[in-house]
Design a protein around this ligand. Structure first.
Ligand code: NAD
Length: 445
């Protein structure tokens, strides 16, 4: 199969690389010349475990190419995947579809022979139909079908997710397009991955409904965590207790500072806007968005409370800036809400993140970036863990305490054991675990 991928960001680069790993002939296009030059020089512009080796292997064997030239890529492709960004539109929360429509306009005059035009970007219901209209208007003779094939990969585990997905959603009722998609994903059908064929609209909505459901689950456990603090319960015991119920499931029941990232915030906003426009407003999603935004601000208030009611003139050490571990992505990270609030309250911020510092330098110019966790905590009046990178779990706590000015830790990801913290003499706050009510660690049964 000849595949063109338009947009070589997180999703385009991972999808294109994995398609080439399946044995397809793939060309990834981006309008960002610098990005393509870096990829052609063997440099991977994002941090994603396992990606570098897979890109190198498939570039070397000729299955994977990178280019800025749309014409050469689209000509003769069996399928063109549109994987450009769909950020929140400033002001109204709707998905900004200008990149998707621009890509559709660009490919329209270049289509030759039958082509499946596939939206992999997360796009609201109705976008596929509009892409078809744009192509047909620009090139009435084009022989193509539109397919919605939303992507469910998680940054940080993207290769694993793409190669072993729970399911593949293929939104098209056209048999020719279904056949192309079945051929592309054959290596995954062979390992029993369900391929779910639906209408275009159902596939488009499935992606948003999935993300909104997961965002709701996170928000639910965050609120249960707040309640645990008030009534003396441990949120992890409650989460395990409900998660073992197979109707609920154990995933996405870890409390924290509120969800962020490149998908959940923008996708919940876009879904809510779609629902309002369609006359079926999703009130639950609206509430989730509101709670989550407020939660990020409340986290700064927690830090201030842990510092005795004021952070004015104090040095706060922050560990973790990215929206989750194993990515360098800072989009809508809780750190981008918490840190400015602390600065506004008079704090000086020192911070460290294993992969997020180049991006943080641009987005948080007023903070001091340090070279390691230990350098960050030096002379700090409090340490705040915002992202649960593994390396923060294994810190030498005695050393941390000796380096800090005051032994205050605010753990927004519950990476430490409250009993350990008490033993080391820290004044420790976490989420939903009033520590006098936490059982000592037990062996999992
Ligand atoms: P990204 O911003 O990392 O990448 C988008 C790329 O598209 C950029 O490199 C940009 O230069 C390029 N681009 C834009 N217009 C173009 C054009 N006309 N021609 C060529 N290149 C063009 O975005 P992303 O995180 O990969 O997300 C892409 C889509 O996938 C979004 O709709 C997103 O919601 C969805 N998605 C993302 C994730 C994720 O974890 N990041 C997961 C699932 C779905």
């Amino acid at each position: 199969m000849h595949i063109a991928v338009i947009g070589t960001g997180y999703v385009g680069l991972v999808s294109g690389t994995c398609f080439s790993e399946f044995g397809h002939d793939v060309i990834c296009i981006d309008m960002d010349e610098e990005k393509i030059a870096r990829l052609n020089a063997g440099e991977i512009p994002i941090f994603e475990p396992g990606l570098q080796a897979m890109v190198e292997k498939n570039r070397r064997s000729g299955y994977l190419r990178f280019d800025t030239d749309m014409k050469g890529a689209v000509d003769g492709a069996d399928a063109i995947f549109i994987a450009v960004g769909t950020p929140s539109r400033r002001g109204d929360g709707q998905a900004d579809l200008s990149y998707v429509y621009a890509a559709a306009k660009e490919i329209a005059p270049l289509l030759r022979g039958y082509t499946a035009v596939v939206t992999k970007s997360t796009v609201p219901v109705g976008t596929g139909r509009e892409v078809a209209r744009i192509i047909r208007e620009a090139n009435p003779n084009a022989d193509f079908d539109i397919v919605s094939n939303p992507e469910f990969l998680r940054e940080g585990a993207a290769i694993e997710d793409f190669m072993h997905p729970d399911r593949i959603i293929v939104g098209t009722l056209a048999t020719r397009a279904q056949k192309v998609m079945a051929d592309i994903y054959r290596p995954l059908s062979l390992i029993q991955t369900p391929l779910l064929f639906t209408s275009l609209e159902s596939a488009e909505l499935t992606k948003y409904a999935g993300n909104a459901f997961l965002a709701t689950k996170i928000t639910f456990i965050n609120e249960i965590a707040d309640l645990c603090e008030k009534v003396g319960a441990n949120v992890h015991d409650v989460a395990r207790g409900i998660g073992l119920d197979r109707r609920i499931g154990a995933k996405f029941l870890h409390p924290g500072p509120g969800f962020g990232g490149s998908c959940f915030p923008k996708d919940t906003r876009a879904l809510f806007e779609t629902s309002v426009t369609a006359g079926a407003p999703l009130r639950i999603v609206d509430t989730v968005i509101d709670i989550n935004e407020k939660r990020k601000q409340e986290m700064a208030a927690r830090v201030i409370a842990a510092c005795g009611g004021s952070v004015a003139g104090k040095t706060i050490a922050i560990l973790g800036l990215t929206f989750k571990p194993n990515t360098d992505d800072m989009r809508e990270s809780p750190s981008l809400a918490i840190i400015p609030s602390l600065i506004n309250a008079g704090a000086r911020i020192r911070a460290y993140d294993p992969e997020g510092m180049p991006e943080a330098r641009k987005l948080l110019p007023d903070i001091e970036l340090c070279e390691s966790s230990y350098a960050t905590v030096e002379t700090a009046d409090a340490l705040v863990v915002i992202t649960e990178w593994n390396e923060f779990r294994a810190l030498d706590l005695a050393r941390v305490k000796a380096l800090m000015r005051a032994p205050v830790i605010v753990d927004l990801r519950n990476v430490y054991d409250p009993h350990d913290m008490a033993r080391h003499g820290f004044n420790y706050t976490s989420i939903g675990r009033p520590h006098e009510f936490s059982c000592p660690p037990q062996k999992a049964t």
